[in-house]
Design a protein around this ligand. Structure first.
Ligand SMILES: Cc1ncc(COP(=O)(O)O)c(C=O)c1O
Length: 478
């Protein structure tokens, strides 16, 4: 079908494309379902439309009402687009940490974007969720889409994504690989495929390494949309009702670097531009395919396009700044200042300063120590969890009743481990003229902390940045 009488009819029917180069070394056929072909650009168009239709049908969204959601991401964009199409006002609550492009997209569809910036658990009165709920109670005709607990979300995939994959593979699909955010995609699609195949289709959850769905420590990650984050102060880890865990046969955990590598390879070997969560799905699909036979058929769902990530995963400067790659023009990088075998020293911000010292046995008096929400996470901290820095000496000298947070210095500017000392200095000055230390990131997580005097001494010792070879003449590096 190529002609549609309404925009809503154009949702779904996305292409299933075989990977001819990237999957050349594995035995089964590997296909990707490219969800960026939906009208507002992602897999979430399906859920957005289904939730809107259900709310209209059951009267919770009256004519002339207001569509409300708490996401910056693709669901907000889909809801804003279909609210416009169906003649509703839309109000999206989001945080300013979300990229300017995404906020601009919401506004372009006519949504009112309200910024809520507090970093608190969902149940807190200042959380995005609580603020949106208050708005709904106070606004006649307002309806909160609530993708996490809305049954119309998985239903959209049971009705569309699942049948499309079954038809397009002529019933030959053996493995579905999908990420799990709200769980709508994998529960609906996987549930349908299991039913129609009599249980023959294996459903694999492709999950960020940190996600608590697959047993990760729940800490923050770079890939958006996929996985489950647990706020460091959350009491309970509550999973969405849109997720039916019984549908998932097993998980494959994928770290941020592997996901980013996967989409960069997809773009340059297959010509398909996809986002970070697609990288999680793709890396997991290739991993699964390695153990399968020629008559197996693997389908991985790619939720959105890489266009929204040109300033991040597809940007070399961003990759260097976050420790995902080395600056090729740097002769010496910060790596030489950070011992490879030592994890950063950590203390929890709410502990009493004197008690926190116990965690620093063996540390030098002036060794920099990171102050984090919780020091019991398995992986080195994500920068959003770093609230400051201190030293054992400062903790020892603090009054008995002060917490670590009360005696620590502010969170340091972030630099990548593959940057040169000179460029790290420049980045630190730009981020905060009064900086006292830098947080060094490797693969996006804290690899260590360098005090200002140490970094300045190193930058002075390594001289001006190296100049590159030009037209065959090699410049002498002073
Ligand atoms: C980019 C991206 N990937 C993956 C997902 C996960 O999909 P689901 O919520 O259906 O589990 C989302 C959901 O918002 C998303 O925006």
């Amino acid at each position: 079908m190529t002609r549609y009488e309404t925009l809503a009819d154009a949702v779904g029917g996305t292409p299933l494309i075989r990977l001819t180069r990237l999957a050349a070394s594995v035995r089964p056929r590997v296909y990707v379902k490219v969800e960026s072909s939906n009208p507002a650009g992602s897999v979430k168009d399906r859920a957005a439309l289904w939730m809107l239709r259900a709310a209209r049908a059951n009267g919770s969204l009256p004519p002339g009402g207001t569509v409300v959601e708490t996401t910056s991401g693709n669901t907000g964009i889909g809801l804003a687009a279909f609210a416009a199409h169906l003649g509703y006002r839309s109000v999206i609550f989001t945080s300013s940490a979300v990229s300017a492009e995404k906020r601009a997209l919401l506004s372009a569809y006519g949504a009112e974007v309200r910024l809520v910036d507090s970093f608190v658990p969902k149940s807190h009165p200042d959380s995005l969720r609580s603020v949106a709920e208050r708005f709904v109670t106070q606004t006649p005709g307002a309806w909160l889409a609530d993708q996490y607990d809305n049954p119309a979300n998985p239903e959209a995939h049971r009705a569309t994504t699942g049948p499309e994959i079954w038809q397009d593979t002529e019933g030959r699909v053996t493995h579905l690989v999908a990420t799990v955010g709200t769980g709508g995609t994998i529960s609906g699609t996987g549930g349908y495929l299991k039913e129609v195949s009599g249980g023959r289709v294996t459903v694999v959850g492709a999950d960020p390494l940190t996600s608590s769905y697959s047993g990760g420590d729940g800490s923050q990650k770079y890939v958006e949309g996929a996985g489950h984050f647990v706020h460091p102060e959350a009491v309970d880890d509550i999973w969405p009702q849109s997720l039916d865990t019984a549908v998932i046969d097993r998980y494959v955990a994928v770290d941020d670097r592997s996901a980013i590598d996967a989409i960069r390879r997809l773009a340059v070997t297959e010509g398909i531009l996809a986002g970070g969560s697609s990288g999680v799905a793709l890396a997991a699909a290739l991993d699964v395919a390695r153990d399968l036979a020629e008559d197996d058929v693997v389908v991985a769902i790619l939720p959105d396009s890489g266009r929204a990530y040109l300033s991040t995963y597809f940007n070399d400067q961003w990759l260097v700044a976050n420790g995902f790659r080395d600056d090729e023009s740097a002769e010496v990088t910060l790596r030489s200042l950070i011992p490879a075998d030592r994890r950063p020293l950590l203390v929890s911000r709410d502990e009493l300063a004197g008690r926190a010292l116990a965690a620093l046995a063996g540390a030098g008096d002036t060794d920099p120590v990171l102050v984090v929400y919780r020091r019991d996470r398995e992986l080195p901290p994500h920068p959003s969890e770093v609230v400051g820095w201190t030293t054992a000496k400062a903790l020892r000298e603090a009054a008995d009743d002060l917490t670590v947070a009360q005696v620590s210095l502010p969170a340091p500017p972030r630099v990548g481990i593959g940057a040169s000392a000179a460029s790290a200095l420049e980045a630190a000055h730009e981020a905060d003229p009064l900086w006292t230390a830098v947080l060094v990131l490797e693969d996006g997580r804290a690899a260590g902390i360098l005090a200002r005097d140490e970094l300045e001494a190193r930058a002075a010792a390594s001289g001006p940045p190296a100049r590159a070879a030009i037209d065959g003449f090699v410049e002498i590096v002073l």
